[in-house]
Design a binder for this molecule. Structure first.
Ligand SMILES: Cc1cc2nc3c(=O)[nH]c(=O)nc-3n(C[C@H](O)[C@H](O)[C@H](O)COP(=O)(O)OP(=O)(O)OC[C@H]3O[C@@H](n4cnc5c(N)ncnc54)[C@H](O)[C@@H]3O)c2cc1C
Length: 440
């Protein structure tokens, strides 16, 4: 069974023109289009498959400040407020709740790292509590174990990946924007170097602004425009189970993580674990990703030819008047790694004995689009005025999507930003220099 995802009805007729076109109907593109529409712009959101069907419905749903890299902490904090405000402003339910996130450990080095992060985070105004052994064991009582320590971050939370992107898409349409599923953007047109239109499989939309929020497809799309965007995707496997007793809403341990789902079941996963499926693009960008892979090698394993077959990391150049790789692969739906699924379920049942009464309801995989430093690229591409990148969310994009979408809209409108956008500017990808790899 694939990842659960709400179906929505969207617009059929493509507009001839728009103030802005957003390419990619994942959670980032949806929030970008939503905030553009809220600013009164005429916006069209294009999705080659179904809204939310790639990473945005396949994740754990964590919206966290806890353990965020310093560069992402401000946008993570603002995003939590925006998740709440979105529900209040639209009446749509993304499933977002500040349920708190619980981290438990018996490893001194891990506890020390969390404590160091806590000191930094408190200086930035974030509420996070280190737990001593008694407190950690009480918070983690469903495990029946004594823990050395842990962290609880009460203002963090989760949203429901099966509902969030569709809810935002409905809100865009309610504001007068249009959303188009089964409509791939093939490329752009320019006049005197400036973007003037987006070419889709269903026609051309005249526009001065296009936002590329295509997730794992962003780099190959940028390549068509001679824009270098180093991106590599990691295949991560995950499963859901039926409900089984009173478990924490969101629990992380080094061995396995557990998240309560909107349907009462739980999502189980092993943090950071994934398969590297070789692709033409990965080979091209190997040098850029060396620091990242060296840092994470313990949890990454070589994958299969799946990534090559999917075509999202092709180096091919395509025409605008013929079907592209995006039309051949409407939804990236890689096979889950069965050994990881079995291991995850076993570890979860060992950690939380009541899960032994549950049954597996679904298992799936998703390609996590990463940048070399683990920080997204958000900003206008200088060589193509009017073309804005919002991709490379490196496994953190669900939680920070409202902040990222808001940033894109502020950029387009020339308005003040909620947080400093400079750490995300894609200019940094134009040099071969290695940036600091994100801490968590
Ligand atoms: C297993 C897993 C667990 C994760 N857990 C978390 C978590 O707990 N918290 C968190 O914050 N993040 C998490 N993430 C990461 C998070 O899911 C992503 O960072 C986020 O969903 C990225 O959103 P996006 O909109 O950029 O990309 P996507 O959701 O991948 O959407 C991109 C969309 O663009 C469309 N598209 C691409 N090219 C075109 C085109 N040319 N024309 C039209 N449409 C196009 C695609 O079809 C796709 O629907 C996880 C990811 C995975 C896979």
């Amino acid at each position: 069974m694939p990842a659960p995802l709400q179906k929505i009805q969207t617009n059929q007729a493509l507009p001839d023109s728009a103030d802005a076109v957003v390419i990619g109907g994942g959670i980032v593109g949806a929030f970008a289009a939503y905030y553009l529409a809220r600013r009164g712009l005429k916006v069209a959101l294009l999705e080659k498959g179904r809204v939310g069907a790639e990473q945005s419905s396949r994740n754990w749903g964590w919206c966290r400040q806890q353990n965020r890299d310093a560069r992402e902490l401000p946008i993570a904090t603002k995003s939590l407020e925006l998740w709440e405000r979105f529900a209040a402003d639209t009446g749509e339910d993304t499933g977002f709740r500040r349920c708190g996130l619980l981290y438990l450990s018996n490893d001194d080095a891990e506890l020390d790292a969390w404590a160091r992060w806590g000191t930094f985070a408190r200086s930035a105004g974030v509420t996070t509590h280190m737990l001593d052994s008694a407190q950690a064991s009480e918070h983690g009582r469903a495990s029946g174990r004594i823990w050395k320590g842990g962290v609880f971050s009460p203002s963090d939370g989760t949203a429901d990946p099966s509902r969030a992107a569709p809810a935002v898409a409905r809100a865009i349409m309610a504001l007068g924007g249009s959303v188009h599923q089964h409509c791939a953007a093939r490329g752009i047109e320019t006049t005197a170097g400036r973007l003037t239109a987006v070419v889709t499989e269903k026609g051309t939309i005249r526009t001065p602004v296009a936002v590329m929020a295509g997730g794992a497809w962003a780099s190959s799309f940028c390549r068509q425009l001679h824009v270098r965007f180093p991106q590599a995707s990691i295949r991560s496997s995950i499963l859901s189970v039926s409900g089984a007793g009173e478990l924490p809403n969101a629990l992380h341990t080094a061995h396995v993580s557990v998240t309560r789902r909107g349907d009462g079941g739980y999502t189980l996963a092993i943090s950071g674990r994934g398969r590297v499926d070789p692709t033409p693009q990965q080979i091209r960008f190997t040098a850029q990703f060396l620091p990242m892979f060296l840092r994470r090698w313990r949890s990454l394993a070589p994958g299969s030819a799946e990534g090559w077959r999917c075509g999202h990391e092709t180096l091919a150049r395509w025409r605008l008047d013929a079907p592209t790789p995006m039309e051949r692969m409407r939804v990236l739906d890689p096979a889950p790694d069965q050994s990881t699924i079995a291991l995850t379920y076993r570890r979860a049942c060992e950690l939380l004995p009541s899960l032994a009464k549950s049954h597996i309801t679904a298992a799936w995989a998703g390609y996590i689009d990463s940048t070399p430093d683990g920080v997204p690229g958000i900003g206008e591409i200088e060589s193509v005025p009017g073309f804005i990148l919002a991709a490379g969310f490196s496994g953190h994009g669900f939680g920070i999507a409202p902040g990222a979408g808001h940033m894109v809209a502020s950029l387009v409108a020339g308005a003040e930003h909620l947080v400093d956008p400079s750490p995300y500017h894609p200019n940094r990808f134009q040099t071969a220099a290695w940036g600091k790899v994100a801490d968590f």
